[in-house]
Write a protein that binds this ligand. Structure first.
Ligand SMILES: C[S@@+](CC[C@H](N)C(=O)[O-])C[C@H]1O[C@@H](n2cnc3c(N)ncnc32)[C@H](O)[C@@H]1O
Length: 254
């Protein structure tokens, strides 16, 4: 979309209340024992999945990312961007919270990594002619307005043959008990109000949004997190946290 076209549309996938809350958390983002601790623990687990999926899709050794173009949309302060850039990927990180992008830039600079961080939602922050081999939507779709539009805006920039990896929280009774009552109210490992049950996204809803853009579903895995000991592991159940992969057919044009 051109800047002129964008200025004529008032629709946005940004929920200002959510972005304001994430902006307030930016300074603590890289503190492994702070409010973002669960995200750090989950990140360690999901990095293995991300590297495996990329290796399978592109026929490379696990962790060999040299020259791959990766966009991490809703990247926060860059927990996933950094290990990917450190392995040679060309990473663009996009986030609607300006404070997160500032924290991400500071941290990656200190780590000596070259990551292209941008503030905004995908429609505005990614350029019309830009395409990526891998698109990451990690723990973000449950925080946006209009999930299908957000997924579509991001997928516009996925190259033919590309890979989408998306993780989020299912909308089930179990997720209400685990992610909201357990994590926010009882164990308080996440700030109160981090998740709103009605905004959580079922696997079939994510699949529909990806299918609407012509993507084919791949492997899905459940993730479990135990707050008391701060441990995460894979499960077969997708009832709470899950991650899913989707492939864009090589013949499909953007
Ligand atoms: C729970 S955090 C996840 C961060 C990162 N993906 C991770 O898993 O480590 C969600 C992030 O999505 C961002 N976000 C929310 N709505 C967005 C939108 N419409 N466009 C881009 N980023 C958005 C928030 O600012 C926040 O940093």
């Amino acid at each position: 979309m051109t800047i002129d076209e964008r200025s004529m549309t008032s629709s946005s996938t940004i929920r200002s209340d959510e972005v304001a809350r994430f902006n307030r958390l930016a300074a603590t983002w890289w503190n492994r024992t702070g409010p973002m601790r669960p995200l750090h623990v989950v990140n360690d687990l999901r990095l293995g999945y991300v590297l495996d999926q990329i290796a399978q899709r592109f026929g490379r050794p696990v962790g060999a990312l040299e020259g791959l173009r990766i966009a991490d949309v809703g990247c926060g302060a860059g927990l996933m961007c950094e290990p990917l850039a450190a392995r040679g990927a060309l990473v663009v990180g996009v986030d609607a919270a300006a404070n997160n992008i500032a924290a991400a830039q500071l941290h990656s600079k200190a780590a000596g990594l070259n990551i292209d961080y941008r503030v905004g939602e995908p429609d505005a922050a990614l350029h019309d002619d830009e395409s990526f081999d891998v698109l990451l939507l990690l723990e973000v779709v449950e925080h946006v307005d209009d999930v299908p539009a957000f997924v579509r805006d991001a997928l516009t920039h996925l190259a033919p043959g590309g890979l989408l990896l998306a993780s989020t929280i299912n909308r089930t009774l179990r997720s209400y008990l685990a992610a909201i009552v357990g994590a926010e109210m009882i164990f308080r490992v996440l700030p109160r109000g981090t998740h709103h049950w009605a905004q959580l996204v079922r696997p079939e809803e994510l699949e529909q949004a990806a299918a609407a853009c012509g993507l084919v579903p791949g492997e899905r895995r459940g993730m479990a997190y135990l707050p008391v000991v701060h441990r995460a592991w894979w499960t077969r159940s997708l009832a709470v946290n899950y991650i899913a992969s989707f492939g864009k057919p090589a013949s499909q044009q953007i």
